[in-house]
Ligand binder design. Structure first.
Ligand code: NAD
Length: 239
């Protein structure tokens, strides 16, 4: 198996890294949409009950993400990836595609992608740009098509977790660093990565506007806005 005596860096991002691009975090929007709790439009139960309402919510979010552009924090991570190559992995909880548009390559979209949808019955998936007023139907089997998002109560795709574990295995024999940016540290399994990496002997860094719920699992905390703090932090990192 591949192993290295060099530094591996795993990065986890959350809604906070896209806040300076104008995309509200759940907290910014008070966890509400048109006075509904977010869970009421972001769960399989919500889709079964009122798929049109769910599509309205995601059409709005997609439009906002489409108009937004990556900020300094997204670009700083691309610079770090250029320095590290395969020793860098970016895991994002965000469903906007700002990391990809900034140029990220080793990227896992843990919670899905606003710009993709998939059939609720068969394996067909679709690139999705159009605003939806009607619930789209699958061209293959005719079943309802849903946003390709991991909703509350759903599990992360197994392949995503396997890629993360494989990356951590490859880091053995060298230094391991974990940087979490703009995440409240409450959504699992992402929120447990810091503790896992701590157990593995890695060093954990948190860059956030406030201390996160899992703040005790980090060795270093830098309070601030991602776009202001991250570029300098990455420039000063010894690899
Ligand atoms: P969250 O909204 O729960 O927390 C965001 C965190 O970022 C907060 O701790 C906040 O203090 C911090 N923050 C806000 N602005 C910041 C900035 N400029 N710089 C640094 N930190 C900042 O988000 P979460 O932890 O990602 O988890 C909630 C879920 O929200 C995820 O599943 C995610 O898919 C979803 N979400 C995604 C988007 C997106 O794709 N951009 C937007 C909203 C929610």
């Amino acid at each position: 198996m591949y192993s290295s005596d060099k530094t591996h860096v795993l990065v986890l991002t959350g809604a906070g890294i896209s806040a300076e691009s104008g995309i509200p975090t759940f907290r910014d929007s008070n966890g509400l949409w048109e006075n509904h709790p977010i869970e009421e439009v972001a769960s399989p139960q919500a889709f079964a009950k009122d798929p049109q309402k769910v599509w309205r919510f995601y059409s709005q979010r997609r439009e906002a993400a489409f108009k937004a552009t990556p900020n300094k924090a997204h670009y700083a991570l691309v610079e770090l990836e250029k320095r590290l190559g395969h020793r860098f992995l970016l895991v994002s909880q965000n469903v906007d595609d700002l990391h990809k548009r900034a140029g990220a390559k080793n990227l896992i979209n843990l919670h899905g992608n606003l710009f993709r949808s998939r059939c609720t019955r068969c394996s067909n998936s679709y690139p999705d740009m159009a605003p939806r007023t009607m619930v789209p139907l699958c061209k293959g089997c005719g079943a309802q098509v849903r946003p390709d998002i991991v909703w509350f109560g759903e599990t992360i795709e197994e392949g995503c977790m396997n890629r993360i574990f494989e990356f951590l295995r490859q880091s053995r024999g060298g230094k391991l660093r974990f940087i979490a940016i703009g995440t409240s540290g409450v959504v699992q399994p992402a929120a447990s990565l810091a503790r896992l990496i701590g157990f593995m002997g890695g060093k954990n860094y948190l860059i956030n506007a406030e201390v996160s719920a899992n703040g005790d699992d980090f060795h270093f905390f830098q309070k601030g806005l991602a776009g202001e703090v991250l570029p300098k932090f990455i420039e000063g990192m010894e690899l």
